[in-house]
Design a binder for this molecule. Structure first.
Ligand SMILES: Nc1ncnc2c1ncn2[C@@H]1O[C@H](COP(=O)(O)OP(=O)(O)O)[C@@H](O)[C@H]1O
Ligand SMILES: [Mg+2]
Length: 230
């Protein structure tokens, strides 16, 4: 992804003709192409480290799917440091954790984003008791039932090497999109993240090189399909 000169998390909606918006649409196309071969309906957006651009990628990819008239659900899977509700200015009192705790029905937790075809499931408050919401069968059941209502489900998650949440989400998904921030790339961290995904037999749908400079030697935008080595 190109560097967003004005840091705007929803650029694909605010400026659909921009180069960045176009790149997110290209990313959508590539994922759609893969879906023809293997079901790719629940995608976790992750990275080795924090601040690589997971949330930015998840949001803009969601908007790009919405623009293609696909019904999208964007889940804030970062239960520790949720951001989606802040960016879209929706409340986080009820969300994923509230559904799991039986505090509200699914319909009450899901919010409209204000962007065409894009719905949001905020994280909800962090669970105070020791339950591990992601390891529960309710999460599997919830995602299975949401799959019937949406064409694509994108899950924004925390960094793989920081907390276990990300790999737990990935186990519920059809694969992960690995975001790598140009200039932040450390080979050891990348290898460690890849090893973790391999050990858990999690499919890497592709990798996205984020925040590249247009005139740098590295490509302006880069997407690597799963079959190639990252
Ligand atoms: N391509 C980009 N160009 C400019 N700023 C970006 C880009 N991608 C992300 N950012 C900014 O970097 C910060 C971290 O991005 P974010 O998507 O929140 O990362 P993560 O979710 O991986 O922690 C945010 O302030 C975001 O606006
Ligand atoms: Mg984030």
């Amino acid at each position: 992804m190109p560097s967003l000169f004005i840091s705007r998390s929803t650029i694909t909606d605010l400026d659909p003709m921009s180069a960045a918006a176009d790149k997110y649409r290209t990313l959508r196309h590539k994922i759609d192409h893969l879906s023809a071969e293997k079901q790719t309906k629940i995608i976790v957006v992750t990275s080795a480290l924090p601040l690589e651009g997971k949330t930015t990628t998840a949001i803009n990819l969601a908007i790009a799917y919405g623009q293609a008239e696909q019904k999208v659900l964007l889940i804030d899977g970062n239960l520790h440091q949720p951001m989606i509700h802040q960016i879209f200015a929706v409340p986080n009192k009820l969300g994923f954790t509230s559904i799991l705790a039986g505090l509200c029905p699914v319909e009450q937790a899901i919010k409209e984003s204000g962007v065409r075809n894009v719905s949001l499931l905020p994280s909800g408050p962090y669970p105070t008791h020791s339950m591990d919401p992601l390891a529960s069968v309710q999460t599997t059941n919830l995602l299975e039932s949401l799959k019937k209502d949406y064409d694509i489900i994108l899950i924004d998650s925390p960094a793989l090497l920081a907390v276990t949440e990300s790999s737990e989400w990935a186990l519920h998904s059809d694969g992960v999109l690995l975001v790598i921030r140009a200039g932040m790339l450390k080979e050891d961290d990348m290898l460690q993240a890849k090893q973790l995904l391999d050990q858990l037999q999690i499919r890497i749908i592709g990798s996205v090189l984020n925040d590249t400079k247009p005139n740098s030697k590295i490509s302006y935008y880069h997407y690597t399909g799963a079959q190639r080595k990252i």
